[in-house]
Design a protein around this ligand. Structure first.
Ligand SMILES: *Cc1c(COP(=O)(O)O)cnc(C)c1O
Length: 364
């Protein structure tokens, strides 16, 4: 006999401290007009016909397990980025790989350093690992404070995550500051550069992550097919890492995690990247229109190199989100902090700018 509550089992205590992932809300229908979901940084374009065809063909073998080694996909990635296929690991989105990166580096008693506010999956994957997360506040321009992050590293640190461009605030990490930072990181601490929004980054001073990776044995680069490539629903991402880390990631991966459909769609999307890039550049132009429009209205929007903008609205955050939703554009509020608005359809940008103008007037 034990005195446990009947009907409950013992789960890991760490679960109690893990925040819930808040998925971007879908846009509810409204009579007489189109509504827009700009809450999840998704690509608003439908799949390319060439990719859709490959997916339809790939579905015909859904009774079979996929290639567990994702060999063809890893080779396509290797060729595209001029790395070795042994230096590539794949996963169920880069969030899946993040979880695996924690599993191979960190556990109870270890520390993981990352900026905050940043990607909301970080405290979840770190918490699940049992390691202690050290959140280093962003600076006054919503950028990573890499000096403070270097100061936060101790002999217990096993992993540092650098998100560039940073979700949800937008700025990218500069080459010079990243180099200075890496000089201060012990060579046995893994530094992961999360580049989910790489393709949208036009900052001439931004770090070239692959070049940084080549010259630092303790750096890995995390990327995804979810954003620029428009495959968010298929769950596939990749990590470019030196062989020790890439091999550990493949060992620890969920067997058969990346479906055959996802593998084939990713390969086809790499082949069709020129066509996808036209869309990415159109989104970048739309982002810049949104950024300028919001700044003209007086909103202090930080620089953004991603497919979203950040409105640091503080205690007006939830009011703004409600006003946007009423106008048929669903944004992603972070209560008490700010609102992240993804770049979507042109009409969604127009609608959001109108909401922002009305909100500024109302707020005086
Ligand atoms: C969207 C995003 C990802 C990618 O998520 P997937 O699991 O690949 O869909 C990773 N990192 C950041 C910072 C993101 O915003």
């Amino acid at each position: 006999m034990t005195d446990a509550t009947p009907g409950t089992v013992r789960l890991r205590a760490t679960l109690e401290s893990i925040p819930r992932y808040v998925a971007g809300k879908p846009a509810a229908e409204q009579p007489g007009r189109t509504t827009y979901k700009i809450s999840s940084n998704e690509n608003p374009y439908p799949p390319l016909p060439s990719v859709l065809q490959v997916v339809q063909d790939a579905m015909l073998s859904m009774n079979r397990y996929p290639d567990m080694g994702t060999v063809a996909l890893r080779e396509a990635i290797a060729q595209r980025f001029d790395v070795d296929a042994d230096q590539v690991a794949t996963g169920t989105g880069s969030v899946g790989l993040l979880g695996t990166l924690l599993q191979i580096t960190s556990g109870p008693g270890d520390e993981v350093v990352y900026a905050w506010r940043s990607f909301e999956a970080y405290p979840i994957v770190v918490g699940l690992s049992g390691a202690t997360g050290l959140q280093v506040p962003l600076d006054g321009e919503a950028r990573h404070d890499l000096k403070a992050m270097a100061d936060a590293i101790t002999e217990r640190t096993r992993l540092v995550i650098v998100c560039s461009p940073n979700n949800p605030t937008g700025p990218a990490v500069r080459a010079d500051e990243l180099e200075e930072f890496l000089e201060r990181v012990p060579s046995d601490v893994l530094v992961v550069l999360d580049e989910a929004y790489l393709e949208f980054n036009h900052d001439a001073d931004a770090a070239d992550a692959l070049a940084v990776w080549r010259s630092h044995p303790n750096v890995a680069v995390l990327r995804t097919f979810s954003k620029a490539y428009g495959l968010a629903g298929l769950r596939v991402g990749y990590c470019i890492a030196h062989e020790q880390v890439a091999s550990a990631l493949r060992t620890a991966a969920v067997p058969f995690g990346v479906s055959h459909v996802a593998q084939q769609a990713a390969i086809a999307s790499l082949a069709a990247y020129d066509e996808l890039d036209e869309r990415v550049q159109a989104l970048v132009a739309e982002r810049d229109r949104l950024l300028i429009g919001l700044r003209d209205l007086g909103y202090p929007v930080p620089d953004t190199q991603a497919n979203f903008v950040w409105l640091p609205l503080g205690d007006k955050t939830l009011d703004f989100a409600a006003a946007a939703e009423a106008a048929g554009v669903v944004v992603r509020p972070f209560a008490g902090d700010g609102v992240r608005c993804s770049v979507g359809e042109v009409e969604a940008t127009d609608r959001l700018l109108q909401v922002a103008a009305d909100f500024a007037n109302r707020a005086g």
